[in-house]
Ligand binder design. Structure first.
Ligand SMILES: NC(=O)c1ccc[n+]([C@@H]2O[C@H](COP(=O)([O-])OP(=O)(O)OC[C@H]3O[C@@H](n4cnc5c(N)ncnc54)[C@H](OP(=O)(O)O)[C@@H]3O)[C@@H](O)[C@H]2O)c1
Length: 332
């Protein structure tokens, strides 16, 4: 009797209250139940993303239907159970998946249409670092931003999980790539991933460095005083895409610049999008990006792995912004 009860429980990292990294605690949680279109995945590794920090601080709540207090937006592992309507996957398949929460745990439920096969010869730690950033970059840079070969592309936070993904994909699809980052070592990493120019924004003004080139698409997570600079840098018909505004969401800029250059300003958040949208995005990523991943034209950049139990230390590292690339949690 006792054994049966224990078997239905798993370890999960729980946000015990809004606050600093120490509020993340390992607790026993029931293994979640699946719906007909879901799979239950035994998680071997989960990616840490900046939105997890915002969730922990209480400013980015989980959408309805997702474990409210267990962070984690991307995982890699092995399918343990399939819902009755799932045809593509079977128990034992190695997958990585986009989830809207609950990834910092031993098991997670994912929509079967939001899973992709773990690329051949990739570790779970590398594979878990792909979904959140690739899906975000694909949607914002290529679908919303409409970046095409021969155009110029600027990503701020070039050494972030999003940045290392955006640089590699923009380069692979034929763009000239500019990035900004906060140290010379980060800039070197951006160049090694394919950036043509990386501006250390703590030493140089990126607008001054890049103004003679002009930019077709900007992916911005910084906001604040970057907003008017981005707008001034954009070429005619340029696109400015926001995925965050870490320096603040309000800024003054000239509307006449937008009119005269016919600019498009847009942005999005991935987590709260409807399952059908995410399924379509998964299919597009599998068609256009997975061949690059499988063909070694895109690589994972995992800066550090932590045991699941040390999620608080992983958050401390992310908030220090010392990392280059991704931080992941691994389960034994
Ligand atoms: N909208 C969406 O759907 C979506 C999805 C995923 C992520 N995001 C956002 O995308 C961003 C990157 O996420 P991530 O998980 O890749 O995070 P991450 O690896 O922690 O990267 C964040 C980077 O931002 C830079 N940064 C931090 N504060 C800054 C500031 N005040 N000014 C300039 N740069 C600053 C840091 O690099 P430096 O040392 O170079 O400053 C840091 O490496 C986050 O803002 C996140 O919220 C949005």
């Amino acid at each position: 009797m006792q054994r049966a009860i224990i078997k239905n429980f798993m370890k999960a990292v729980v946000i015990t209250q809004a606050g600093p990294p120490e509020v993340l605690q390992i607790q026993d949680r029931p293994i979640p139940a699946i719906s007909p279109n879901d799979v239950l995945i035994k998680v071997y590794a989960s990616g840490v993303n900046r939105p997890d920090i915002a969730q922990r601080k209480g400013v980015y709540p989980a959408p309805a239907g997702v474990p409210a207090n267990v962070p984690g937006l991307e995982i890699a592992g092995v399918i343990d159970q399939c819902g009755e309507d799932v045809v593509r996957w079977k128990k034992g398949d190695a997958v990585c998946a986009l989830v809207a929460g609950g990834g910092y745990a031993e098991y997670v439920v994912a929509n079967a249409a939001h899973c992709l096969p773990v690329p051949k010869a990739w570790s779970f730690a590398d594979a878990c670092s792909l979904p959140e950033t690739i899906f975000t970059v694909w949607h914002n840079v290529f679908q919303r931003g409409r970046l095409t070969a021969g155009e110029t592309f600027l990503v701020h936070g070039g050494s972030s999980g999003i940045g290392i993904t955006a640089i590699q994909l923009a380069k692979a699809f034929g763009a000239k790539v500019f990035a900004t980052a906060g140290t010379d070592d980060k800039c070197k990493a951006c160049i090694s991933l394919g950036a043509d120019i990386c501006v250390n924004y703590k030493k140089d003004d990126f607008e001054q460095v890049l103004k003679n080139y002009g930019v077709d698409v900007v992916l911005d997570m910084v906001g604040g005083d970057y907003i008017p600079k981005n707008i001034r840098l954009l070429k005619t018909e340029g696109r400015l895409v926001f995925i965050n505004a870490m320096k603040g969401g309000e800024s003054a800029f000239k509307v006449s610049d937008i009119m005269h250059k016919r600019l498009t300003i847009t942005g999005s958040t991935l987590r709260n999008r409807e399952p059908a949208f995410k399924a379509q995005l998964t299919a597009e990523v599998e068609k256009y990006v997975w061949p690059l991943v499988e063909g070694e034209k895109f690589r994972a950049v995992v800066y550090k792995q932590f045991p699941l139990e040390d999620a608080a230390a992983a958050h401390i590292l992310m908030e220090s912004s010392e990392h280059i690339g991704k931080i992941v949690l691994v389960n034994k």
